[in-house]
Design a protein around this ligand. Sequence first.
Ligand SMILES: C[S@@+](CC[C@H](N)C(=O)[O-])C[C@H]1O[C@@H](n2cnc3c(N)ncnc32)[C@H](O)[C@@H]1O
Length: 384
Amino acid sequence: MNVDTTKFTAILDAANSKKRVSGFTHDFYNYPARFSPIFVREIINTFSNPGDLILDPFMGGGTTLVESKVLKRNSIGFDISSLAYFVSKVKTTSLSTKEIEGIIDWSFTFIPSLKCTGEYTRPTRWIEEGYLRNFTDKSIWPIRVLMEKYIHAVENLDSPPNVKNFLRAALLKSGQWAIDSKRIIPSTDEFRNKLLENISEMASAICTINESKKIKVICRNKPARKIHLDGTFKKLGSPKLILTSPPYPGVHVMYHRWQIQGRRETPAPFWIANGLDGHGLSHYTMGDRNQEGLRDYFLNIKKSFSSISKICDTNTIIVQVIAFSEPSWQLPKYLETMEAAGFTEFDISDSRMWRVVPNRKWYAHQKGSTNSSNELVLFHKLTN
Ligand SMILES: C[S@@+](CC[C@H](N)C(=O)[O-])C[C@H]1O[C@@H](n2cnc3c(N)ncnc32)[C@H](O)[C@@H]1O
């Protein structure tokens, strides 16, 4: 693969960039372990052209899909989590000016009148199924009541699903701000204000992706091992670029819960996103991180990439960002698993791109020097 040194340096610089990406819809939700949009943009610009198809088999919060849309590439993303699906879908769905105006009008009329007192209809089915568990603390209940009333009102709006999902996403963002890992829970006044502020900001952000209306973005709430069964690739052909970060071997990331007051966990984000959970942590991380040799994890990676190999062609490039809890044995095992799935690693320079986590900076390292480093950018192509 011929990528000149300038490009390698540009990718390294982008990976190290501390700049915030303004605009777009990246800030709709803080998805755990999400990509740096600046890095994603650099990779997309380097390895694809406008009109190409880009796949993210583990899309998470949809960073790849948002950047693809803005850069005028078609994209498709898969994720086993309905929360990831919801967030990615809302971030990449354009709304008409009329819909945006309707959202603003409704919000600025309804939200200031939201009170936590008075009779209202509770989400009984969600409560019975445990989605609101640990969401009942003395400090949290007033906000929870506002959320329940807001969702009930949104459900009863005579509006298309795009609009309702946008309003739910604004609540999700505000709920994450108010509750997830927070020691001090805001007052209901503060919460209402934040919700209105988020709706206004998100409405402006959605306009920035509206310009790319003709670009296709497809989100699937399906596991990566089913990618080869998706008809999209028959219609649109093989992806030019696969840009992803899979779950990390042996690394604990809580993709599917909010932490209440630093201790207990709640699946409430699924209720807000109107999606089903019902699975433990290992469902989203491809297996138990304490399992000997991470057998399930590597089996899952093999099945996922074997499926992916069936929809690739010889021009498809895979770029992955991956972290390891124990790189010395997990990296060779990961590369071996990629080989078994039909892919060979290639170099874009003499070095690999590693990130040493203590100061969170990316470095170019000669192949083989993995000590004290644990995050890596990998490049693969179909084996000839
Ligand atoms: C590291 S995150 C991706 C973050 C993403 N790059 C972003 O910018 O937000 C990994 C994702 O893989 C998903 N996942 C886990 N197992 C999966 C599977 N078998 N198929 C598809 N997605 C899966 C998780 O739900 C999680 O959202």
